[in-house]
Design a protein around this ligand. Structure first.
Ligand SMILES: [Mn+2]
Length: 321
């Protein structure tokens, strides 16, 4: 009986590059399961039997635990590579887990170690995409790349990562599955960037979305904070978090909130704390339903629009320092 391969990967730069590295080293004809970046409950879509070999990349084991246990119980074998919160790793003879939740690693770096660095440049792309510039430079050091080549890998990582953002696949410039198929012929990301038009198109799409956001004047700007509100559009669904990230990088002494209404009568909100803040952005966001994140960067999904003013008042009243 032949083995049926199923490759499951997050649709961002890290997921794409992790799979690409593995399959450059060990090409097989696999069924692909992926989605938008925030669609991380991917294993529930996998149909498994004892002849199925599942490879999982860059989605939380804890988030996929029930589906993983079902797949293992069906007799499939599972290889799991990830850096997100995993909780207890199930002990099962069918499961091989390569999980490292250290803050300075990513799934592609874990795969790079597993492969002995054979397709290292793609791990560099992924680390830049996961916003781990120091890790990217450390991985790149032995490659002897020029400053210009390193800059290309950074732009490529940011663009591949950016392509995963949106509320649905329809918001994305290209589906992660189609993007992976375009990457497949290229063992070298610099050759991909030079030879496959989609690579530069994605860099350009990201720049264009950010330019649209930059053109919108803030709703409010004080010495302590800024509040921006974007219109509801495919570009704003993609750019929300990236725009908030850019505001914080450019202006780290102030707090930033970016709001985006959706057609379903809710708001998506992205919050960045000032860099030296003692208060945390997630503490603010967790006061609202579907709010969470980290101290520096947090957000709220699908806040009923009637609570817009309540959020703005709470954000204005925050004592960050
Ligand atoms: Mn990742």
């Amino acid at each position: 009986m032949t083995i049926r391969h199923v490759d499951v990967f997050n649709g961002d730069a890290d997921g794409l590059c992790a799979l690409h590295q593995l399959r450059l080293a060990d090409p097989v004809d696999a069924t692909l399961v992926t989605g938008i970046k925030r669609d991380t409950a991917l294993l529930e879509r996998v149909v498994a039997d004892p002849h199925t070999a599942v490879t999982v990349l860059d989605v939380s084991l804890d988030r996929n635990r029930d589906a993983l246990l079902r797949i293992l119980a069906a007799g499939a074998s599972v290889r799991y590579f990830d850096h997100h919160f995993a909780g207890a790793i199930p002990s099962h003879p069918g499961l091989t887990a390569h999980i490292d939740t250290a803050g300075d690693t990513c799934t592609s770096a874990i795969v790079d170690t597993y492969l002995g660095g054979h397709h290292r440049a793609w791990a560099v792309v992924a680390a830049f995409g996961d916003n781990l510039a120091d890790t990217a430079r450390r991985l790149a050091a032995p490659l002897g790349l020029s400053a210009e080549a390193l800059e290309t890998l950074r732009a490529l990582g940011e663009a591949l990562n950016y392509n995963g953002y949106g509320d649905t696949l329809a918001d994305l410039h290209v589906s992660p599955e189609a993007l992976y198929r375009r990457m497949q012929p290229f063992a070298d990301p610099l050759a991909f960037h030079a030879g496959e038009p989609i690579a530069r198109a994605l860099c350009e799409h990201r720049r264009a979305d950010l330019a649209l956001a930059e053109a919108i004047a803030p709703l409010e700007a004080t010495a302590q904070f800024t509040i921006h509100e974007l219109p509801d559009a495919a570009w704003s669904r993609r750019v929300l978090g990236t725009f908030a990230h850019r505001l914080a990088a450019r202006d780290p002494t102030r707090a930033h909130a970016v709001l985006r209404p959706a057609s379903d009568g809710t708001l998506s909100i992205s919050v960045r704390a000032p860099r030296a803040a003692s208060a945390s952005a997630d503490a603010l966001c967790r006061r609202f339903p579907n709010g969470g994140g980290r101290a520096a960067a947090a957000g709220i999904d699908q806040l009923p629009v009637m609570r817009r003013q309540e959020f703005i008042s709470a954000f204005r009243a925050m004592v960050w320092y």
